[in-house]
Write a protein that binds this ligand. Structure first.
Ligand SMILES: [Cu+2]
Length: 177
């Protein structure tokens, strides 16, 4: 036993004697139990002394990594396209995820359509569908009207406006898996 250990033992003896438990002191004297108690007291004292500083140093910091991961770039599940007075779809190219619904709004003073049907295209290249996807045609959309289509098949869609195909009113939507 070292001097420190003896000192620790001495302190415990004093405490225990004050408690009037002399027999316990005699039973413990020379045994490892008293040494362990003394070391435990030192360790507890050190932990209490170091607690505040080490606690603040290792305090968990707030993290937003989970939120950042959840908002990682991904094709949207919904999107909007407008018809313009310049006889264009805006945006002319768009990427959405599988299952997304796109809403077209005719904000012009002219009738337009949203058509993806090769059989109705003057130029077959203006209409394209992934294999397995059904063709569609909104029919005439008067000023202020809207049309929606949901894309369940991934791939590239090229669509056009029937009255304005030759004017270049053609656009593309890419649907990601
Ligand atoms: Cu049009």
């Amino acid at each position: 036993m070292t001097a420190d250990d003896n000192a620790a033992c001495g302190r415990w003896e004093v405490v225990l004697k004050k408690m009037g438990n002399i027999r316990l002191v005699r039973a413990l004297r020379g045994s490892q139990v008293l040494l362990r108690l003394g070391m435990l007291a030192v360790v507890v004292t050190l932990m209490a002394a170091c607690g505040p500083s080490s606690g603040s140093a290792t305090a968990p910091t707030a993290t937003t990594s989970a939120g950042a991961a959840a908002s990682a770039p991904a094709a949207p599940a919904a999107a909007s396209v407008s018809m313009t007075d310049a006889l264009r779809f805006e945006p002319a190219t768009l990427t959405v995820r599988k299952g997304a619904t796109v809403t077209w709004t005719n904000g012009t003073s002219t009738v337009h359509t949203v058509t993806d049907d090769p059989s109705k295209a003057a130029n077959k290249a203006d209409a394209a569908l992934p294999s397995g996807a059904q063709s569609w045609d909104s029919g005439n959309l008067n000023p202020g009207q809207t049309f929606q289509h949901t894309f369940d098949t991934p791939g590239t869609y090229k669509y056009f406006c029937l009255p304005h195909e030759s004017a270049g009113m053609v656009a593309t939507i890419t649907v990601t898996g």
